[in-house]
Design a protein around this ligand. Structure first.
Ligand SMILES: [Zn+2]
Ligand SMILES: [Zn+2]
Ligand SMILES: [Zn+2]
Ligand SMILES: [Zn+2]
Length: 323
């Protein structure tokens, strides 16, 4: 296949780097309404007095001052504290020093559950507001939650949005950056017997206004040493489904072809690898492709990324994940 002839529709990078501005409003400023002595038009009856303590203050743990969520505990005298602090205070109420016991404060728990709270990624743009438990559930799948660094084989804890991570990969991990939707890579390793140093290579591709991570690595699959190449999409799963890719490797008149859908970088590198969702080359075959005296690995991997026709009915299909 002549890859150079494939037309690459490359749109300009549409990523905005708008700064996110965080606005804080005081939500709980209370105003006391005083009725004038001559005001006889008061249809509300007795003077409305704002409560001395807001609900949020009630839910503040007196020990650590964090918000309390169920289970909320209290002592025999009614002093409350959060479950984290309860494990730290050696069964003594921090407020009155009495024995703490094991009493839940169900009333306050109900109040806590009824509160509507913003998603914790609101400063990253998420506008959602939820009751407490739905909020926790939402935050695990929120589209605004930051991505983890996709670099494999290191314990990199950097998180951020895609444009931040692309810069991070280039500057901190010295990852190769390519523009275009076709690639032709040669992977060379002088001692192919060593599979232990698993991670070999990550290359980032920029096409269709998106970023893709091409991973190539060696690992032990059961007893067999293998090489594997696969693509991850730098974005969410639902967008990854709009793209497909192919990988080809061969030599000596043989060829292996893989065609697949890139996985989202939300799925860890290890998860994708362990589901075998990519081009897997047995070492014997890899050495055969390399030619020569089987002492050196020389693999030429070509590939292409393309955009699929939109199909709103397309289901999610990920192999080997449910076993
Ligand atoms: Zn606490
Ligand atoms: Zn107490
Ligand atoms: Zn959210
Ligand atoms: Zn990193």
């Amino acid at each position: 296949m002549e890859l150079d002839n494939i037309e690459c529709v490359s749109s300009s990078d549409g990523m905005d780097e708008d700064e996110i501005h965080q606005h804080h409003h005081s939500e709980f400023s209370s105003t006391k309404h005083r009725n004038g002595a001559n005001n006889n038009n008061n249809i509300l009856g007795p003077t409305a007095i704002a409560p001395a303590t807001s609900v949020h203050e009630l839910l503040e743990c007196p020990v650590c001052t964090n918000s309390m969520y169920p289970p909320i505990h209290q002592c025999h005298n009614g002093h409350t504290l959060c479950s984290t602090c309860k494990t730290r205070v050696h069964n003594r109420c921090p407020t009155c020093r009495q024995e703490l016991g094991d009493i839940r404060c169900l009333a306050l728990e109900k109040v806590a559950e009824s509160l509507e709270l913003p998603c914790k990624y609101y400063s990253l743009g998420c506008p959602e507001i939820f009751p407490y438990y739905s909020k926790l559930k939402h935050e695990t799948v929120c589209n605004f939650r930051p991505y983890s660094c996709p670099y494999a084989g290191s314990e990199c804890s950097v998180v951020g949005d895609i444009s931040f991570l692309v810069t991070h990969l280039r500057d901190d991990h010295k990852v190769d950056m390519h523009t275009g939707c076709t690639f032709n890579h040669r992977y060379v390793k002088s001692n192919p017997r060593e599979v232990e140093n698993a991670t070999w290579m990550l290359t980032v591709f920029h096409c269709f206004g998106q970023y893709f991570c091409l991973h190539f690595e060696a690992f032990q699959l059961g007893m067999a040493p293998v090489y594997m190449a696969f693509l991850r999409f730098m974005g969410d799963e639902n967008e990854a489904r709009n793209y497909s890719y192919s990988l080809e490797v061969g030599g000596n008149g043989r060829k292996l072809i893989w065609e697949g859908t890139p996985r989202s970088v939300r799925d860890s590198h290890r998860k994708v690898r362990d589901s075998h969702d990519g081009l897997i080359i047995q070492r014997n075959m890899a050495l055969f492709f390399s030619g020569g005296d089987r002492k050196e690995l020389k693999l030429r991997v070509t590939g292409r990324i393309w955009k699929e026709q939109q199909n709103p009915d397309a289901g999610v299909c990920i192999p080997n994940l449910c076993s």
